[in-house]
Ligand binder design. Sequence first.
Ligand SMILES: Cc1cc2nc3c(=O)[nH]c(=O)nc-3n(C[C@H](O)[C@H](O)[C@H](O)COP(=O)(O)OP(=O)(O)OC[C@H]3O[C@@H](n4cnc5c(N)ncnc54)[C@H](O)[C@@H]3O)c2cc1C
Ligand code: HEM
Length: 632
Amino acid sequence: MEELDPDHNGYIEMWQLETLLKEMVNAEDGTTRLSNRTETLTRAMIPCKYRTPIRKFVSKTTEFVYDKWKKIWIFVLWLAVNLILFIWKFLQYKEKPAYEVMGSCVCFAKGAAETLKFNMGLIVLTMCRRTLTMLRGSFLSQIIPFDDNIHFHIVIAIGVVIGTFIHVGVHVTCDFPRIISCPTEKFMATIGPGFNYHQPDYLTLVKSTAGVTGIFIVLIMAFTFTLATPHFRKSIVKLPSPLHHLAGFNSFWYAHHLLIVAYFLLIIHGYFLFLTKEWKNKTTWMYLIVPLMLYAFERTHPSFRGKDHRVSIIKAIIYTGNVLALYMTKPPGFKYKSGMYIFVKCPDISSYEWHPFSITSAPGDDYLSVHIRTLGDWTTELRNIFAKACAPESAQPRRGSLVRMETRASSNYDHSKPSIKYPKILIKGPYGAPAQSYRHYDVLLLIGLGIGATPMISILKDILNHMKMESPQQTLSEIESFNSSRSSSDEDKKGPERAYFYWVTREQASFEWFKGVMDDIAEYDRDGVIEMHNYLTSVYEEGDARSALIGMIQKLQHAKNGVDVVSESRIRTHFARPNWKKVFSQLALTHQSSRIGVFYCGSPTLTKTLKTLCQEFSLNTSTRFQFHKENF
Ligand SMILES: Cc1cc2nc3c(=O)[nH]c(=O)nc-3n(C[C@H](O)[C@H](O)[C@H](O)COP(=O)(O)OP(=O)(O)OC[C@H]3O[C@@H](n4cnc5c(N)ncnc54)[C@H](O)[C@@H]3O)c2cc1C
Ligand code: HEM
């Protein structure tokens, strides 16, 4: 109770205070002692700033380490390896004759070069997607943060930039001038043999094989790195046709492939050295061979990269809100976990572009589905060609303004007698993504912003499929077929017992493509395992009297028959942005001492808020919130 010092009152929100008072008044023994539940709430409400600075620092650090220990140890290991390689090479060159001419400069240049070799090898490993997907399923995922491969890729790239600056900078501004100006006798006696006893001038050094390859590597890297920055990667720069395919993400993608030339040049660069003549000391290729071969193998070998599967489209639906849903046949032996994604190619649009999409069907379903939002050139063209294929069959406007074109190759997913000629679609994958670890938690908080609901749909369907399998109506063959479609690592995991889904969308039209899942939930989820909320943010601003009014009507309807008036299902519709603090507080109260997996997919703007809330509530309550995010 002493924590509820009047000084602190200003920091307790009204609704929290109400809950607290209610708890106290309702206390069974008639006293005003705080129950465990209330204590948890109280602790959640008292801001950290009222603790002593040292306690605050210690608890924040503890939570930070607890939350990020996988990333921390990998990062520290990476730094340590870089440092060890640098120091090892530095000390080695201190003992060499070159040191007499160039002093510490040569040590710095060679130390940096050693880290460059290591990082150029490692950076490719972070992009070996098949290998990473396989490793995610192993015990290694408990100590290695595979979800962060792209972040780590970028961290290593920063390491490469730093290494390149040191290596090139020191060579050009210190080593070269010292070689050129070295007294001839000293030059001949020390590094002369490396230069065939010809003391070089600046131009000779630049024109040498090492010099020319070095310049090209730097140029390619500068170009590639610039186009890889988020500004260029995400920019929707429009170029005139036929160059329009080269803008935005594609420019990043093609530029990245120039790095193949950079690797080729790097191997040559590392071979034609002035100061190292013995074969065994030319180690560049040794660092690169394994990662490059593994990556090349993944990209080219069908058994490893997984075949490009040609799939038949069973059903295509175009919803308002510009979402295209594709239901396709599941290739034989295609196993995946909810949360994973596949690459999709449509040769009618481009014969070389593959685009990633989260799988929205559940592992137990006998079909495969993706939901694709129209965003740029490729997705717009895909939508258009499917609209064309769908148009003659049916284009039935439903429910007033909702436009929904649905066609099926044939009914009941029987794709043996296709009646519509759909565009050819190829898929490859599946590939691992953060959301796939949802089965490790008893309680889930799933948050999707707009199209970011896609990985969550698959998770909800999977939870439902498990419920269906536990229901007494299931036949043995249905259970067997369900089990055979799941990956073996999942079979022994119990999976979540409770899931809360928060879906934030701009307008109500988006409901359409989610309706099927919601209907299923209503039918099978008798125990209310899944609680779904939809926040419509474009209706009225938060706090607007109209939002409050609609909200009240909603609540009454819901209480009366359990069905929401807007979604016509068990999903609860709200007309404002969610109050995330309230959501977390309530979860912390309901699931004390539990581990809650928080899975977020959507724009990065909300990432920080959710991450901070996870940390804050893990620190201040007995509930642990573990944050996983995916941005597309
Ligand atoms: C793991 C993952 C899962 C995704 N799941 C879904 C989903 O379920 N539903 C959905 O609608 N969208 C999803 N996306 C986003 C989808 O891939 C892009 O919207 C689509 O590729 C855009 O292509 P475009 O040419 O029409 O647009 P563009 O204007 O070319 O690109 C728009 C943005 O999409 C991204 N992008 C474009 N091409 C690619 C590519 N080949 N690979 C990776 N990113 C690319 C870039 O960030 C780019 O800035 C996912 C993305 C990722 C990385
Ligand atoms: C030496 C430098 C680099 C090398 C060798 C390299 C190599 C690669 C490779 C092999 C891939 C995988 C391509 C595939 O899907 O098969 C990749 C993807 C990627 N790289 Fe790099 N890269 C380098 C630098 C950078 C830099 C500087 C950045 C950003 C600042 C960057 C950002 C990315 C991103 C974001 C992806 C993933 C794209 C996606 O799948 O969405 N890379 N890189």
